[in-house]
Each structure stands twice: as structure tokens, then as C-alpha cells.
Design a protein around this ligand. Structure first.
Ligand SMILES: Cc1cc2nc3c(=O)[nH]c(=O)nc-3n(C[C@H](O)[C@H](O)[C@H](O)COP(=O)(O)OP(=O)(O)OC[C@H]3O[C@@H](n4cnc5c(N)ncnc54)[C@H](O)[C@@H]3O)c2cc1C
Length: 487
């Protein structure tokens, strides 16, 4: 590739890099994206084994409601909504413990109804809780933000409910951020509920692979360039202002703006010279706490036995019904070979193109702390067997049907995405780390912007919808600045 100069160079072609790049290319700007992996998508990528296509991480989407879901708006603005063929599972989530099996349907009324059937005495409170959730939205955000910013989700649950088991069931979904209910910000949890649970269960027809592929093609159609297997090694600064990046394959890429979607420690400590940055800022970067990581077991199975009517797009299995204890341990760095909590997803039951004929695939995810390669090498098989045993408790036929199995550990995630500590959700959403000013898109370096699950917009992270929204905002900030310059 010949050396060229760009309006914007973006580090990383995960969902945030692709969305930001698309907005900028759509506006006629020259965009270059460096991606170290062989495929786009980051945590939302895929791999193939023996005829099976496995989704590496993200398997379900939220916030696609018309007309105001974040993702619906973004896909629509980028002109890819129809092409993606976004579909929705009737039941978004199923919660299973040894005592309960509750299906959550994608709206607050039906969710309140499902829960009220199990907890009759709390019915009025359940409806009040979901009513409060419904009020939380773009227009009321500042109101909620100032009210709940310093309050934990546990405090909100305790305001409504006495019943411990009900509170535990409502804390199951915090597996999506990996922080216990007494440490997660209420704002994060309410945003998670609104955008990912009450408006969840969406998927892309053809698998999540298609999301990255469609975004890549659209960017290229608009003149953008994506350089794969090309790691960014440096961000160049002159007179306090960003002037480009260096990548392994392309060398120096001059650009007027840079967006980094890499982790904040990588961006400010390894790609930049930290001495150029304010001491207080670097201290904050160094002290920031990453989210949990995960162990993921991918199974290719012979036969099609999983009933699409029975379970939601995502199944939360927690036999002992104690999510807080589990999240607390993992967040504190304890490994849990007893597999007290596991997420199961079955992308192929919605889309048979992901497996060979008469086969199906299954993804088992447990949140896990980051430990080094040597640790996971010695523990991998133990975890795999423990996860299989747990899975067999809800799907007894599983062991005799395994045709393909692969396991990813926290170092695998770190290697493929370069996220510090293999963090699957970027910054941990503790109350002190969700403040919009904690790690905003605008950085102390002129014309260097951030956009990823390592930035904060006040919500904390709730997966792809919030990441995409941040990318849209970063792109808009740059467009506004460039337009000002032209005028
Ligand atoms: C197991 C798992 C399950 C998940 N499930 C869901 C789900 O169902 N729904 C949901 O909404 N969210 C889910 N998430 C979270 C969601 O996938 C992420 O929050 C989101 O995809 C993050 O996107 P990003 O672009 O910010 O970061 P990333 O996806 O991490 O992308 C960053 C990209 O930058 C590249 N990169 C980094 N450094 C460099 C460098 N120096 N040079 C070049 N390239 C570089 C990486 O290779 C990567 O492609 C899940 C995540 C995981 C891991």
C-alpha cells in the first residue's frame, strides 16, 4: 500500500472503529483503519472450524427498537439496516436456577408479568420497578444520571423489593457487565436493563460475522481503507497535536485526526509517550480498573435437538442463584472452577447457515478473571470438563454429540483483541468509573479521540449499543471540527 495522507486514522476495526469510520467516510472524509487481527469485528468477530461458524464473543444485540433504539438509529443512518436483516427472538433471555426457570420477553410489561407469576406478593413492586425503568431514556437521562450516579443497583433493588430471590434474579443480568450489584452503578444497570434486556434478543441474519462484513464493505464503498494484520505501533504527535500513526505493514500514516479504539493503557502508555501527557491523567489511566474477562467454550454438535420455543436467545444458568457472590469473587480475581454462573447461547438455532446440515452449535461463557498463560494452560481442561458438566445439567444429551470443541481463555481474548487483561467489556462499570468525565472521547492531545468500551459517556457499558453510540459521537466531534476549519 502506498504511503498516503488521511483525514482520520483509526486504530482498531472492532465495532467502534468500524462505526466511527463509516460515519466519517460517509461524510466524504478520507479514512484509514489499522486492524491487527486477520478479520474485523474485535470482540464481535468469528472463526470457522470443520464447517461450523462460531461467533467469538458478542452473540446478541440490544437497542434495535424503531424508531429510537441506538443501534436502529445508527444502522439506519449508515444505510445498512435492511442489508443486515436484523431479527429478534421472541424470548430474549431465560433465567434458570435449580428452583426457577423464567423467560423474559422483550418488553417491560411482559417481563413484569413473567416475574409476577413467580413472586405474587411482590407484584405491585415489580410493576413499579419496570415503570421506573421505562422512564429512563434519552430525554430523562440527565435527571436519572444526577439521581442515581452515586447509587448502586443493589440500593435501587432494595428500594423496591424485600424478597432476596427476586433481587438475585434481577441481578443475573449483571453478568453483562461483570460487577456485583452493590458495586455496579445504578445508571449502568438501568441502561443495561433498558437497552439490552427490555429491548434485547436481536441478532443479524447470517450471524454477527455479517455485522462486521457489512460495515467493512460500506466503509470501502465510501473510499475508506482497512488494513488487516496491521498493528498500530505508535501515535505521532507534533507540538501537542496528533499528526498520524505508524503501523507494522504500512509504516507512517499521516492524518489530521486519530481515533484510538485500543485500550487506554495501550493508547496512552504504549502507543504514546506518557511523559507528554498530564501526570494526573496518566495516573488515572494506570489506576483504571478493567472489566472481567471470560472463558468461552464453543461446541459443534451433531443433531438438532435444542428447541427454539423453549429458551431465549441468551440463557443464564445459575444453579445456586447467587449472582452477587459469583460476580464479587470473579471481580476480586478468584477463579471459580465450580462454574456457579454460565451463559449459554445457541446462534445456530436461529440460523442454520452457521453449521453443517443436521448439526447445531452452542456457546458457553463464564466470566473469569485475567491470569497468565501458564495458569490457564494448566486449568483449561479442568474448566472445560466443569463447563461441560454444568451444561449437561440443562442439556443432558450434550456429551455424546460433540463433534468440535474449542476453548478460549482470558489470554486468548487478550491476544485476539489486545484488550488489556482480556477485558470483555472495557472499563469496569463501578460507580466511580462511569462518570462521563472519567475517560471521555476527547483526550488531552489535540485531535486525538477515543472511541470504544474503554471510554465513558455516563452510562457505563452495556455492550455493542453503547459502544456504537460512543463511536457515532466521536465521529460527529471530528466532523464538526473539520467543517469549522473548512468554513
Ligand atoms: C465473550 C464476549 C461476549 C459478549 N457478548 C456480547 C453480546 O452478546 N452483546 C453485546 O452487545 N456485547 C457483547 N460483548 C461486548 C462487546 O462485544 C464489546 O463491548 C464490543 O464489541 C467492543 O467493541 P470495541 O470496538 O470497543 O472494542 P474491540 O471489540 O475490542 O475492538 C478493538 C479492535 O482494535 C484492534 N486493536 C487493538 N489494538 C490495536 C493496535 N495497536 N493496532 C491495530 N488494531 C488494534 C483489536 O484487534 C480489535 O479488533 C461481548 C464480549 C465478549 C468478549
Amino acid at each position: 500500500m502506498k504511503s498516503n495522507s488521511y483525514d482520520v486514522a483509526i486504530i482498531g476495526a472492532g465495532i467502534s472503529g468500524l462505526i466511527a469510520g463509516n460515519y466519517l467516510a460517509q461524510a466524504g472524509l478520507k479514512v484509514f483503519i489499522a486492524e491487527q487481527h486477520y478479520a474485523v469485528g474485535g470482540c464481535c468477530s468469528y472463526f470457522k472450524r470443520d464447517g461450523f461458524t462460531f461467533e467469538c464473543g458478542a452473540h446478541s444485540l440490544g437497542s434495535c427498537r424503531k424508531p429510537d433504539g441506538y443501534l436502529y438509529k445508527i444502522f439506519n443512518e449508515l444505510g445498512i439496516y435492511d442489508e443486515l436483516g436484523v431479527k429478534r427472538a421472541r424470548c430474549s433471555d431465560t433465567v434458570i436456577s435449580s428452583k426457577y426457570k423464567i423467560n423474559f420477553y422483550g418488553n417491560t410489561n411482559e417481563m413484569a408479568e413473567s416475574l409476577s407469576r413467580e413472586f405474587v406478593n411482590e407484584k405491585d413492586q415489580i410493576y413499579s420497578f419496570f415503570k421506573e425503568l421505562e422512564g429512563f431514556g434519552a430525554k430523562s437521562f440527565l435527571n436519572y444520571y444526577s439521581r442515581y450516579r452515586h447509587i448502586s443497583f443493589d440500593a435501587v433493588l432494595s428500594k423496591y423489593f424485600q424478597n432476596k430471590e427476586l433481587k438475585q434474579i434481577l441481578s443475573f443480568f449483571l453478568g453483562n457487565v461483570g460487577v456485583p450489584s452493590d458495586r455496579v452503578s445504578a445508571v449502568t444497570a438501568l441502561a443495561l436493563y433498558r437497552e439490552f434486556v427490555a429491548d434485547g434478543g436481536y441478532y443479524v441474519d447470517g450471524g454477527m460475522k455479517k455485522l462486521g462484513d457489512v460495515l467493512k464493505k460500506k466503509l470501502e464503498d465510501n473510499g475508506g481503507v482497512i488494513s488487516l494484520r496491521d498493528r498500530a505501533t505508535q501515535i505521532f504527535i507534533q507540538n501537542g497535536r496528533v499528526v498520524g500513526i505508524e503501523t507494522e505493514r504500512c509504516g507512517a500514516i499521516p492524518s489530521r485526526y486519530v481515533i484510538s479504539t485500543a485500550g487506554i493503557k495501550q493508547t496512552f502508555i504504549r502507543l504514546l509517550n506518557e511523559e507528554m501527557l498530564p501526570i494526573e491523567f496518566i495516573r488515572k489511566v494506570k489506576q483504571s480498573i478493567p472489566s472481567v474477562s471470560a472463558v468461552i467454550l464453543y461446541l459443534g454438535l451433531t443433531g438438532r435437538m435444542i428447541d427454539p420455543q423453549d429458551w431465549g436467545r441468551t440463557v443464564w444458568y445459575m444453579p445456586n442463584l447467587d449472582p452477587d457472590n459469583f460476580h464479587r469473587k470473579v471481580f476480586a480475581g478468584d477463579c471459580n472452577e465450580h462454574i456457579d454462573a454460565m451463559i449459554l447461547a445457541f446462534p445456530s438455532k436461529y440460523d442454520h447457515s452457521l453449521t453443517p446440515a443436521q448439526c447445531e452449535s452452542l456457546m458457553c461463557i463464564i466470566n473469569a478473571p485475567y491470569k497468565n498463560d501458564a495458569y490457564w494452560l494448566s486449568k483449561k481442561e479442568e474448566f472445560k470438563q466443569a463447563m461441560l458438566k454444568r451444561t449437561a445439567e440443562v442439556l443432558p444429551s450434550i456429551k455424546d454429540r460433540i463433534r468440535v470443541s474449542e476453548i478460549a481463555t482470558p489470554p486468548t481474548i487478550a491476544r485476539f483483541t489486545l484488550n488489556d487483561a482480556g477485558a470483555i467489556y472495557g472499563l469496569a462499570c463501578t460507580s466511580d468509573q462511569i462518570n462521563a468525565n472519567f475517560m471521555p472521547s476527547k483526550t488531552p492531545v489535540e485531535n486525538l479521540f477515543l472511541s470504544s468500551h474503554w471510554t465513558t459517556q455516563g452510562y457505563g457499558q452495556a455492550g455493542i449499543p453503547v459502544v456504537a453510540l460512543g463511536a457515532r459521537q466521536a465521529a460527529h466531534s471530528i466532523k464538526k471540527k473539520l467543517i469549522k476549519v473548512v468554513n
